[in-house]
Design a binder for this molecule. Structure first.
Ligand code: FHN
Length: 709
């Protein structure tokens, strides 16, 4: 039985609890008010993912006008400088931790010893400026996870790990500000040092480490021009995370520019985005330059030798001439050039880099209008030795990469009557002559046969007051009522028609034969490359278009084993000799796709014939998990039972392998055979380095071509 006293104690505490609840109930509106004020105090995230093209143009203007920047790869990897346990470690220097499989604790020893006492930010920035570079992109954190700034989020930085108690990024920010150079940060999403940067815990790393560190970099170092992400290929990273990070960062610095490696759009080393919508402001070709001009924003990054991070015995330096050529080639194609230096562990930029940058700077003194604020012309160039740009004043600039003899002809230029041709960095005026077919020929002074008299050693830029070129539209090659053919197969003979715009004459060439004027359809009876161009009166001649006609003998029978996958069946076996080779879009319904399977094709020519050549078209698209065969062989037989191998191909695919097509051609000296057996071994599963590692690999084939005599 509960005592009265106990009863009164309970009612007192109930009463007090009720009073507390009551007072708390009174607190609710106040609590709601505080919470909403806090929410309002949290500035609402602006959506920068749907920025208008005009706003993007405004934001990208400085970057597009700059054209030329310095990439700096610097970190603890400069300490071992390419050696581990006294042995040289192959590959790029900044990957030594991974290439030599160095355990974290051991690699940290290099970090502890990283004490760059000779680091001089002013010197670095002045060198970039003297080279004509307008911005610097430095590795704030590379894959090894070491931070080049004093981060409050980790002690794996100079302040926390080394005797070097300075913040190089702070000093660089001040030096850049002083010299009017724009500072940008490279930052690796992949982090070999952070325990949570993989697997399940990745989100924790992203929210509690990656983002807070990026906030430090965008808050404590003044205006940052761009963030240059890398290491986005890890499976933990997704396009969605990239979009979220992009918006998060632009809400910190709205004018920030962010490369396409913030998302998953990059299509391998060629660096531009795959088809589809992907986050990021510019494409990032690496160690390569686009083949043709692009209207998209892009920046080619490149080493001066074979490594990004410092390696003491990598002396495979590109020549200054090659670097100037690359710079001109990139800007003519609408891109920026980001040229790398790898300072050593003392903070010194290798002399070979400094010499080349100073020499480029000399060239830029005369030719800066080719790079700064320049824009693309309708044609980015002619051949391998002429590159066109338009200066900010609107003048046409033709940079000649190979100094010609006494004269040089420019197919696409038609200077205004009476206008002069001048040379950047020289007061010479050059004579010129326009010819409708050949274009404009410019004549150089005798004295220029001696390079001492050249205005520039590496590349010279001529300036024209040119009319907007009237270029004749390219002609069309048609076969079997199909227009615009580029590669066709035919049995007995092929009848080819050529058409062009009204009033244009058509000129064609079969293989290396003479150039003829087109009168009527052309008949070809053997494998032939056709090159055609058109020229309308008063217009400059069009560029040449090519088509290849492949004479193949009809097959009596063709067996294919196994069947291709349902989604990539095209017209089954027929597709292998319908003369229709698939395009670079593997979903174009022309390719036969095999998931994980090896493929065997047996062809019966019906009778024994002289085999001249065999080709099998295959495609590689690493992003699409499509790989070339790792092994391919062509075997021949007269009786269909005993086969002899006529051709084999073997290759271990690597992450640097290019996407594209290959026909694996085998030239056979008229070997007699009736049967051909093709064996293509599939890679089977995606390699360890691949995003899809472990997943089934695809092999795509099309067009088996057999030329007989
Ligand atoms: O793995 C990095 C490499 O170390 C270097 O930083 C280059 C520079 O663009 N990017 C990655 C390779 O694609």
């Amino acid at each position: 039985m509960i005592s009265l006293i106990r009863m009164s104690e309970i009612s007192v505490s109930l009463l007090s609890h009720f009073k507390i609840l009551l007072s708390m109930k009174k607190m609710i509106p106040l609590l709601v008010l505080i919470l909403s004020m806090m929410a309002c105090s949290q500035p609402k995230q602006k959506d920068y993912l749907n920025e208008s093209p005009g706003q993007k143009d405004e934001r990208m203007k400085w970057w597009r006008d700059a054209g030329f920047g310095m990439f700096i790869h610097w970190g603890p990897y400069a300490v071992p400088a390419g050696y581990y346990k006294g042995e040289p470690v192959p590959g790029v220097g900044e990957w030594i931790m991974s290439s030599a499989k160095i355990p974290v604790a051991e690699y940290e020893v290099f970090a502890r010893d990283f004490n760059p006492v000779d680091f001089d930010a002013d010197e670095w920035v002045k060198l970039a400026k003297s080279a004509g570079m307008k911005y610097i992109v430095i590795t704030s954190k590379h894959h090894d996870g070491f931070c080049l700034w004093d981060s409050k989020v980790t002690d794996y930085d100079f302040a926390g790990f080394t005797a070097f108690k300075r913040d190089p990024l702070k000093e660089l920010a001040e030096a850049c500000h002083k010299e009017g150079i724009v500072l940008c940060f490279y930052h690796s999403i992949m982090d070999w040092h952070h325990a949570e940067a993989k697997g399940e815990s990745f989100a924790t790393y992203r929210e509690n480490y990656l983002k807070p560190q990026l906030k430090e970099l965008l808050t404590n170092y003044g205006p940052i021009g761009a963030l240059w992400f890398d290491g986005e290929w890890i499976e933990e990273w997704t396009e969605e995370q990239g979009r979220d990070l992009y918006n998060y960062l632009r809400n910190i610095q709205p004018e920030l520019i962010i490369n396409n490696r913030v998302g998953k759009g990059r299509d391998g080393m060629q660096g531009m985005n795959k088809a589809g919508e992907f986050v990021g402001d510019f494409g990032t070709p690496e160690q390569e330059i686009l083949d043709v001009a692009s209207k998209l924003d892009w920046e080619a990054c490149m080493t001066m030798n074979d490594t990004w991070g410092y390696k003491k015995d990598d002396h495979n330096w590109k020549s200054t001439r090659e670097l100037v050529f690359n710079l001109v080639d990139v800007v003519a194609k609408g891109g920026n050039y980001l040229l790398n230096v790898g300072p050593d562990a003392q903070g010194i930029i290798p002399a070979e880099s400094t010499q080349r940058l100073e020499a480029i700077g000399e060239w830029m003194k005369n030719n800066h209008s080719v790079v700064y604020n320049s824009r693309q012309w309708v044609k980015y160039g002619e051949g391998e030795d002429v590159r066109y740009t338009v200066s900010k004043e609107g003048r046409l600039q033709a940079t000649i990469l190979e100094m010609p003899g006494g004269q040089k002809t420019f197919r696409y230029i038609h200077p205004k009557e009476g206008s002069e041709v001048s040379v950047l960095g020289s007061d010479v005026k050059l004579k010129w002559l326009f010819d409708e077919v050949k274009g404009t020929t410019v004549f150089f002074p005798e004295s220029w046969n001696n390079e001492e008299n050249w205005s520039d050693l590496f590349a010279m830029t001529l300036v024209f007051d040119s009319q907007q070129p009237q270029v004749t539209a390219p002609p069309v090659i048609s076969y079997n009522d199909k227009a615009g053919v580029t590669k066709e197969m035919f049995g007995e003979k092929a009848r080819v028609e050529l058409t062009a715009v009204e009033g244009a004459r058509i000129f064609y060439q079969l293989n290396e034969g003479p150039v003829k004027v087109y009168q009527s359809p052309i008949e070809v009876t053997q494998t032939t490359t056709l090159s055609v161009y058109a020229q309308k009166a008063g217009f400059v001649a069009s560029e040449a278009v090519k088509a290849e006609f492949f004479h193949t003998s009809a097959f009596k029978e063709l067996t294919l084993n196994p069947e291709p996958s349902t989604n990539y069946r095209a017209n089954g076996n027929l597709s292998l000799f319908d003369g229709e080779r698939g395009s670079d879009n593997f979903k174009d319904g022309k390719w036969l796709g095999f998931e994980g399977d090896d493929v065997e094709i047996i062809v019966d020519l019906g009778t024994v014939k002289k085999i001249k050549e065999i080709r099998l078209s295959c495609m590689q698209n690493l992003g699409g998990w499509i790989f070339y065969p790792q092994q391919l062989s062509y075997e021949l037989s007269r009786d269909g039972s005993t086969y002899t191998t006529a051709y084999t191909y073997q290759h271990q695919v690597t992450k640097d392998d290019p996407n594209g097509f290959s026909e694996f051609p085998a030239m056979l000296k008229d070997t007699q055979a009736r049967y051909i057996k093709v064996n293509a071994r599939n890679v089977g599963v995606c390699p360890a380095w691949h995003d899809g590692s472990g997943g089934k690999a695809w092999m795509f084939i099309d067009e088996l071509m057999v030329e007989t005599r």
